[in-house]
Ligand binder design. Structure first.
Ligand SMILES: [Zn+2]
Length: 232
């Protein structure tokens, strides 16, 4: 018997590649250009999947009756629908400027304790933003008292990437949703070809809140901002 996956090998391979690009987005979330390159690699890979599936399945006897409409259901996903309408869609630097945002504050490990809006510039890495935050604190700004750590908490910066085309969702979420929808569609096709459903759990995915938040050393903050050696 021939393996159901063999009919759509290239599409499955591209879908696995998309999974890898999502991990790159997670790993590079706090470095603007690297995040954007990873996002664009994801976009380039993901938008080819419907065409690849059509090529791989067009000679199948069930293509017209069954597979074609299944493949077209990709467009119910907002990112896939945007990529269908704008064929050469890619995220340029300025596109992240308007809706992306950041905040500074403190954490005690289980979630955020205090947080205030902070203009983390879309072109600046979270490390650079943190240096800027520390120098504001050092120069006696009220921000030290408002958003700086105390003896039970440590500093954090949280940021989010968004574009105007799909303002209601953050871009990593959007990509994971697209990956999952594509997985559902491919899984449906695999089942129709006589195989088992695909694993769509994405259990190796990182907690999105942890990805968006970068934590910093309490000790280093007290030393460099307040000139106090804690744990001395
Ligand atoms: Zn993984």
């Amino acid at each position: 018997m021939n393996c159901p996956h063999s009919h759509i090998e290239a599409a499955l391979d591209r879908w696995s590649e998309c999974h890898w690009h999502i991990h790159q987005m997670e790993a590079n979330y706090h470095t603007p250009d690297l995040f954007r390159y990873s996002l664009n690699s994801f976009i380039r890979a993901v938008k080819e999947i419907p065409q690849i599936l059509k090529m791989e399945l067009q000679n199948n006897s069930q293509y017209r009756s069954d597979f074609k409409s299944t493949i077209d259901s990709f467009r119910s996903n907002e990112l896939m629908s945007l990529l269908h309408k704008k064929r050469d869609f890619i995220v340029h630097q300025g596109m992240l400027d308007i809706l992306s945002k950041g905040s500074v504050g403190t954490t005690e490990g289980r979630g955020i304790k205090i947080s205030i809006g902070f203009n983390v510039a879309p072109h600046e890495s979270t490390h650079e933003a943190y240096e800027r935050f520390k120098s504001l604190c050092k120069n006696g700004g009220v921000i030290r008292g408002l958003a700086g750590p105390d003896c039970d908490s440590w500093p954090m910066i949280r940021r989010e990437w968004r574009i105007q085309e799909i303002p209601e969702h953050e871009l990593l979420e959007l990509s994971v949703n697209a990956w999952r929808l594509i997985g559902e569609v491919i899984s449906e096709i695999v089942v129709k070809l006589g195989g088992e459903p695909l694993d769509l759990s994405f259990s190796c995915r990182h907690d999105p809140e942890k990805v968006k938040t970068m934590e910093f050393s309490q000790q280093e903050f007290f030393k460099s901002v307040d000139g106090i050696e804690i744990n001395a």
